[in-house]
Design a protein around this ligand. Structure first.
Ligand SMILES: [Zn+2]
Length: 456
């Protein structure tokens, strides 16, 4: 467009200069000078605007580059965190295996200890039994000793051998005498032998008891040793568990860090999206401006035509219910991003999102389509100019899946112009909707918050 102006201006200058030379009229020359001056001024302004747009664009591109390098830095950090986490998890697994092995060893030792405890119990029972036997034998010895003492005391009390002799001499004949003396000695010998037997029994029982007590002491010693071993293993296990817990703590920290970094990355991506959304080439902007001019002219002509018809015969109005400001919703879904400053940039519209392939996007008012094209930033985008209650508006519908209207087409309020999509620089399906009070311009200086106009 500026090229055209420059060509036009140059041509005019040549014609004017030509006229200036062919005519000598001073007044005409002054007019021409004035016109040249004005044209030069216009051209200067246009080139100034163009250069200011270019510098704005390069500023934005710089911001996007910075954002991208931050993103790649963040991604590297995330990857190294992921590696650290994998490493920590591997170490935890190894520690867990060691703990399990230690636990197995502990259980083995514990079962050995339990077996020894059973053995000790058994031995103690047997010792108890022997004690009982010894006690009984001692009783028998005591009785036998008592019996023997009685017999000896009887012999002594009755004069010792006298009494013995009496028994012996009381014999009726020699044969009887021999029998009597032999009987007395036999009884005494029997007593002695029984006593000896008992004493031997007692010695043997005590020997058995001693042996059992020794073996119990040995088993106790073994048990103590195993208990020490178990304690040792338990300590080792505790230290492994502590190591493992430390690693788990480290893993948790790393995971926290990772989710923090992921959030930061998501923020950067969101920021990039907002920055990109705003980025538009100067050529694209010029085309939009020119198309808008044509569309408004067309809209005004059509409205005037409509007015004439309405005066002749009342035309039926469409029955779409609009809000207090004269608008309807551009689409269904949730308001996911509001109008306003964000990420060091400015969000000049609102985002409304609803999943699914068939979410209709509708014109918020009747009007004329000024642009319907594919933009590298906005994706499939439609610009519509409106005249609502005597006020010019321009609405923008970006990231569409498809477009059902073309430039210069007249649209009714609520008419489906496409579907929500994820085209252009967009992360996930949504409608990016802008409302401009008056003309749309590249700086979006006329952008208003659609929510303030009842649109959300
Ligand atoms: Zn948006």
């Amino acid at each position: 467009m500026y090229k055209r102006i420059v060509v036009y201006m140059t041509a005019t200058v040549i014609v004017m200069i030509g006229l200036a030379f062919s005519q000598t009229d001073q007044v005409h020359a002054e007019d021409i000078d004035q016109e040249i001056k004005e044209l030069k001024e216009k051209s200067k302004k246009a080139s100034e605007k163009r250069s200011s747009l270019s510098s704005e664009l390069s500023e934005l591109e710089k911001k996007i580059e910075e954002n991208k390098s931050e993103q790649s830095e963040m991604k590297n950090e995330i990857n190294s965190l992921k590696d650290e986490i994998t490493d920590a998890q591997k170490k935890i697994e190894e520690k867990q295996n060691e703990v399990n092995q230690k636990q197995g060893e502990i259980e083995e030792v514990e079962s050995e200890i339990a077996a020894l405890e059973n053995k000790i119990k058994e031995l103690e029972q047997r010792i108890e039994e022997l004690k009982q036997n010894i006690k009984e034998t001692q009783e028998k010895i005591k009785n036998r000793e008592g019996l023997l003492e009685d017999r000896l005391r009887n012999l002594q009390r009755n004069g010792g051998s006298v009494k013995y002799l009496e028994v012996v001499l009381g014999a009726s004949d020699f044969g009887d005498f021999l029998n009597r003396s032999q009987a007395v000695s036999k009884i005494m010998d029997q007593d002695k032998s029984i006593l000896k037997e008992h004493l031997n029994d007692k010695i043997s029982l005590e020997e058995d008891k001693k042996e059992l007590e020794d073996s119990r002491a040995q088993v106790e010693a073994n048990k103590d040793e195993l208990s020490n071993q178990r304690q040792h293993l338990e300590n080792e296990k505790q230290s492994l568990v502590a190591d493992m817990q430390e690693l788990q703590g480290l893993e948790n920290n790393l995971n926290d860090k990772l989710s923090e970094q992921n959030n930061l990355l998501a923020n950067l991506q969101q920021k990039e999206q907002e920055l990109q959304e705003y980025t538009m080439s100067v050529e694209e902007e010029q085309a939009n401006l020119a198309a808008q001019e044509r569309a408004f002219d067309q809209l005004i002509a059509e409205l005037e035509e409509q007015k004439k018809q309405e005066q002749n015969n009342s035309v039926e109005q469409t029955s779409v219910v609009s809000n207090d400001y004269g608008f309807t919703r551009p689409t269904s879904g949730t308001l996911t991003s509001t109008f306003g400053p964000r990420w060091g940039s400015f969000h000049y519209g609102i985002d409304i999102a609803k999943p699914g392939p068939g979410v209709a996007v509708n014109s918020v008012a009747s009007g004329v389509v000024s642009r319907s094209y594919h933009s590298s930033s906005y994706g499939n985008v439609v610009f519509i100019v409106h005249m609502v209650n005597g006020q010019k508006y321009t609405s923008v519908y970006a990231h569409l899946r498809d477009r059902f209207v073309s430039e210069g087409e007249q649209v009714k309020q609520g008419q489906v112009i496409g579907h929500q999509g994820n085209t252009g620089r967009s992360h996930g399906q949504h409608l990016h909707f802008e409302l401009h009070k008056g003309n749309w311009n590249g700086n979006k200086s006329n952008a208003v918050d659609p929510v303030s106009y009842g649109i959300q």
